[in-house]
Write a protein that binds this ligand. Structure first.
Ligand SMILES: C[S@@+](CC[C@H](N)C(=O)[O-])C[C@H]1O[C@@H](n2cnc3c(N)ncnc32)[C@H](O)[C@@H]1O
Length: 311
């Protein structure tokens, strides 16, 4: 499947709007513009006196976001928009480049969009054969095949354990290293076969709820795209980028990411920099989870800057 025709459904829209409360005239950063679902809601709320800065590492998605925002804002009714193909880890430099001193809202909706996941050409999914790529940003010079074919057995095992707590990380790493001696591992279907044979299960009928290759694919995607390091950079920079009263909202999709956000917010609250608006992470309602399966693992946390910098 190309993924091009798949529309990404934004998650937790009501919760984002009711907690972030974007106001007319505010300066808002959508750090993960995607298909512009959240960006268009934010754009409508801040109106023609506001400014929207949208970032994405994927040029195709950035263009989709720009088009969607333009479509929902009647001529002259939308905010001033800047669309920047950039990693959100570079947000401080992006804002400096745009001459923006501080912002009122930063939203990050982490991970891949639905179309990226379903695009077999990107190799993010274990359910369709494709090249073992996994880059969200095609300017990165290392893809998943490079990692799988070059890391040592212990480095591969650590990668699987640290990023996705894959309990069979050693077995899988060992089998990968055995198989790649014969020939380079290039396709997602080859990796699925290797993981399943390491675990002694069939790729088609396996016990348990999740596919045996789920954690391996997630860990590789996170490593290829440096997802943890990027999130940590954004979280570290945000207190200095938000004006007083500015809100930071992060939507995460697995416990490792959510834990990082939670601890950053708690540290900043201890330092007197943030108030936390979400005592617990906000999940999708049952109705949203039924309508949009991707929302089932979504968790929203929001903090507001109340005092000086954390650094
Ligand atoms: C879950 S989607 C966002 C969907 C968006 N909120 C919407 O409503 O359509 C995540 C997007 O963030 C992008 N992305 C992932 N990591 C990024 C990063 N570190 N910096 C910038 N963009 C990133 C992906 O390319 C993808 O388009």
């Amino acid at each position: 499947m190309s993924g091009a025709e798949v529309e990404h459904q934004p998650v937790l829209c009501d919760a984002v709007l009711s907690l972030v409360k974007p106001q007319p005239g505010e300066v808002v950063v959508d750090a993960t513009a995607g298909h512009g679902g959240h960006a268009s809601l934010l754009a409508r709320a801040i109106g023609s006196t506001g400014r929207l800065i949208g970032l994405d590492v994927d040029a195709g998605n950035l263009a989709k976001a720009a088009a969607r925002v333009e479509a929902v804002c009647p001529a002259g009714g939308g905010p001033k928009c800047d669309w920047v193909r950039s990693n959100f880890a570079e947000l401080p430099a992006v804002l400096t480049g745009l001459g923006v001193g501080s912002v009122d809202v930063i939203l990050a909706d982490l991970g891949p969009s639905t179309d990226q996941l379903m695009d077999s050409g990107r190799g993010l999914s274990f359910s369709e054969d494709g090249p073992l790529d996994m880059r969200l940003d095609d300017r990165l010079d290392r893809d998943a095949a490079d990692l799988v074919n070059s890391l040592s057995e212990s480095a591969l095992s650590d990668l699987l354990w640290e990023h996705s707590q894959e309990r069979y990380s050693r077995r899988i790493a060992k089998r990968i290293c055995q198989d790649r001696r014969e020939t380079r591992i290039r396709r997602t279907s080859e990796l699925v076969r290797i993981v399943c044979s390491a675990l002694g299960v069939s790729p088609h009928s396996h016990p348990g709820k999740i596919h045996p290759a789920t954690r391996t694919f997630m860990a590789l995607r996170m490593a290829v795209n440096s997802e943890v390091a990027n999130l940590e950079s954004l979280l570290k920079a945000s207190p200095d980028l938000l004006g007083m009263g500015g809100r930071l909202a992060v939507i995460s999709f697995h416990s490792g990411e959510d834990r990082i956000v939670k601890h950053c917010f708690l540290d900043c609250r201890r330092a007197g920099v943030y108030d936390i608006l979400t005592k617990k992470p906000v999940p999708a309602s049952r109705e949203e989870a039924e309508r949009n399966p991707r929302s089932r693992s979504a968790k929203l946390r929001v903090a507001v800057r109340v005092a000086g910098s954390a650094s």
